[in-house]
Design a binder for this molecule. Structure first.
Ligand code: NDP
Length: 499
């Protein structure tokens, strides 16, 4: 796709002193700058409650960049040239003063009035900040005005609708960039290339050839310092409703009419509309107990600071979803995510159907003689990996060389970092797209509401949680939502395979 040159603009980061800004946004903007993607006059204006002047906030930015392993001299040059600061009050935020500051910067640097407002804020102030911007006319300018809204976008269908209505009073949908950073990962975008640029996959991407699909986002970390927030949220809201559901729509969608935002978002919404209503039988929610990870003891969820002692918040979700359309009728999609699992790992696993007749069942599978031959469940499998190494591997049988006729399962693998240098971080990709006005990898209002509507029954009647030991793979009750080839992705992380 042709990319138009980047316009000079001001990137206004609300929450400029916060964790997201320091760990992700400032490093991403730095890299865009060093790669020549930011216009020479583009400025970054941090906005937050803390009292800083330009110089002291520039130091915050330099420290953040150095912490992200960026050379201090380069970090300093970037911060001094591009980074500015504006303090705003919590109780009586003066948006008119912010507007005046932005106009002053624009006049000083010859900027034409293009503005990107990034709301890296606590969700409770999303709506009031948007109101404030609208009230002083910061929703329109001589150039373009865009607003990036971080997750979580609402906490249920009603609040998401309310927030959408609120945002739409101030900004048009074409100005709004709802971010889901999973969509910025190379592998997620590559999923579309894999499917739509290669007949080999797309011709098999249906109920005739695919047995089941599993989307796993496993974390070994617990809730850490986010326990207070997390206890009000849980894995359904924090991971399933947004990230895993977005991945599901990209895996399941029809071929769009073009690689552009409206066409792709239209197809994703069609998938969400085709989801079969969930029953309680389709879902297992879990909560981690104390256990061991990498030989170290870790406490249980209920022991974390900020978690209610009788909390029933889920830290694990295993579920089965069906897409009731012609392509996917009868194919289960298993979604699974959890904290304090054995390894950090994000994969999309596509299990193809068995051959109708197996010629080689009696010939063994190349196992050691004293090993019991695995059952004939090893259908071909495509494992798309988002973390820790972006890439994919296709697992299939080959004949083992030698006199004794035996087959062996081998992976054909592709890893981004083995083939390409300098894979951009997800936030870098998404910031660049936003600055270019490309909404393809951002989430439309209808997608957000449709997704919340799908999960609404689980919020209205929470199924309750079962315990699981930290360091395992979730509660055994959820094992029924696993592929027959599930051992593949577990074994791979015992260094048995390269991807
Ligand atoms: P932090 O708590 O670290 O930072 C919050 C920021 O907001 C601070 O800069 C704070 O200013 C500022 N702030 C608070 N209230 C106001 C207000 N009324 N007006 C202006 N600024 C205000 O949060 P995070 O950076 O972790 O998260 C920000 C958003 O990003 C959240 O919506 C979160 O869900 C989302 N997010 C965060 C991720 C992360 O990795 N951190 C990942 C994905 C999403 P000050 O410091 O001066 O008090």
């Amino acid at each position: 796709m042709n990319r138009s040159p980047l316009d000079p603009c001001v990137v206004i980061i609300f929450g400029g002193t916060g964790d997201l800004s320091r760990r992700k946004l400032l490093p991403a903007l730095f890299r865009l700058s060093t790669e020549g993607r930011l216009h020479a006059n583009t400025l970054v204006l941090g906005v937050a409650l803390s009292a800083h002047d330009d110089a002291s906030f520039q130091q915050v930015a330099i420290d953040a960049l150095v912490a992200a392993k960026i050379d201090e001299a380069e970090a300093t040059a970037f911060a001094r040239a591009r980074v500015r600061y504006h303090t705003i009050s919590r109780d009586a935020p003066d948006f008119a003063a912010l507007g005046a500051h932005i106009r002053e910067l624009e006049a000083g640097s010859g900027l034409p009035g293009n503005r990107a407002f990034y709301l890296a804020l606590p969700p409770r102030v999303f709506a009031s900040t948007i109101d404030g911007l609208g009230a002083v006319g910061l929703n329109r300018s001589a150039g373009w005005t865009r607003v990036v809204v971080e997750k979580p976008f609402g906490k249920d269908l009603a609040s998401a609708r309310k927030l959408n209505a609120h945002v739409h009073e101030v900004y048009d949908e074409s100005q709004i960039y709802r971010i889901d950073h999973y969509l910025g990962k190379e592998t997620v975008q590559n999923l579309m290339v894999l499917r739509f640029a290669n007949t080999i996959f797309e011709s098999m991407w249906n109920r005739d050839r695919i047995e089941a699909i599993q989307i796993t986002v496993a974390e070994s970390l617990g809730v850490g310092t986010r326990a207070g927030y997390y206890d009000q949220s849980g894995a359904l809201r924090d991971m399933i409703q947004n990230h895993l559901t977005q991945l599901l729509t990209l895996v399941a969608m029809e071929v769009p009419s073009a690689y552009e935002a409206d066409a792709i978002r239209y197809e994703k919404i069609k998938v969400l509309r085709s989801l079969r209503p969930l029953t309680q039988d389709d879902v297992v929610l879990g909560q981690y107990r104390a256990g061991e990870i990498d030989g170290e003891p870790v406490p249980g969820y209920l022991e974390a600071d900020g978690v209610a002692p009788d909390s029933t918040t889920e830290t694990f979700v295993g579920m089965r979803v069906f897409v009731d359309n012609w392509r996917w009728q009868g194919v289960p999609f298993y979604l699974r995510t959890g904290k304090r699992l054995e390894k950090k790992l994000s994969t999309i696993t596509v299990q193809f159907r068995h051959t109708p007749v197996s010629l080689f069942d009696n010939f063994g599978r190349g196992n050691e003689p004293d090993q019991e031959a695995p059952p004939r469940e090893t259908a071909d499998v495509l494992v798309i990996t988002l973390q820790p190494h972006e890439g994919f591997s296709l697992h299939f049988d080959v004949k083992k060389p030698g006199g004794v006729f035996a087959t062996q399962r081998i992976p054909l693998h592709f890893r981004y970092d083995e083939l390409f240098e300098g894979i951009p971080a997800a936030y870098q990709t998404l910031l660049l797209d936003m600055l270019e006005g490309d909404q393809t990898l951002f989430v439309h209002a209808d997608e957000v509401e449709q997704s919340w509507a799908f999960y609404a029954p689980l919020f209205e009647s929470h199924p309750g949680v079962v315990g699981y030991d930290a360091g395992g793979w979730g509660p055994p009750e959820a094992d029924r939502f696993a592929l027959a080839c599930d051992h593949l992705w577990k074994d791979r992380w015992d260094n048995k395979e390269p991807t």
